[in-house]
Design a protein around this ligand. Structure first.
Ligand code: S3P
Length: 191
């Protein structure tokens, strides 16, 4: 007989649980935090950008350069629709997912959407030297971050669950999100 409250491996694999979807600007920690959460919760981790690259057979920089940003956004939207039908996932989205409100609507139906944020200085520190982000491959990445953030801020702010990652460790951010997950689970159980 198993002790009350313990979860068997069988249950972990078969019980369907709402997804956790991490959104937020580039460099806010979606992938690193997502991996940690997936480990803790025994969920499957999906990095949307990586999946899109596998599907396209080329890196995002080449999708942007050869097919254009609208093509990338269409691939992103198709991937959202696909992932929103699954469960037990932690999804790290691309920073531009908020540009299409359908994406947030679809993901919200599939689970808890959490918006990660960081200050522009912190974002620059984390991603300033990266070469795989086409929107930041510019002579002045700091200005690109400021401009994009200014345009997108209202879209990020519209997400009810917000977690600021500046100055926090991976564990601290993951703990805050875990508390939100517990809260949303108990709200769901009550209704
Ligand atoms: C983008 C963010 C990137 C990637 C693409 C576009 C954006 O993902 O999807 O370069 O529009 O903000 P990360 O947020 O994982 O860097």
């Amino acid at each position: 007989m198993r002790k009350c409250g313990l979860t068997t491996n069988y249950e972990r694999k078969t019980v369907k649980k709402p997804n956790i979807i991490l959104v937020g600007f580039m460099g806010t920690g979606k992938s690193v935090i997502g991996k940690r959460l997936a480990q803790t919760l025994h969920y499957h981790f999906v990095d949307m950008d990586e999946r899109i690259e596998v599907r396209a057979g080329k890196p995002i920089t080449r999708i942007f350069a050869e097919d254009g940003e609208p093509r990338f956004r269409a691939m992103e939207k198709a991937m959202v629709q696909e992932l929103a039908r699954e469960q037990n996932l932690v999804v790290a989205t691309g920073g531009g997912i908020v540009l299409n409100p359908d994406n947030i609507r679809d993901f919200s139906r599939s689970g808890l959407v959490v918006c990660l944020s960081a200050t522009p200085d912190e974002i620059l520190r984390r991603v300033g030297n990266s070469t795989h982000r086409p929107l930041l491959n510019q002579p002045d990445p700091a200005a690109a971050i400021r401009d994009l953030l200014a345009k997108r801020q209202p879209l990020y702010d519209a997400i009810p669950c917000q977690v600021n990652t500046t100055g926090k460790t991976i564990k601290e951010v993951a703990d805050v999100i875990m508390a939100e997950v517990q809260r949303s689970r108990s709200e769901r159980d009550k209704s």
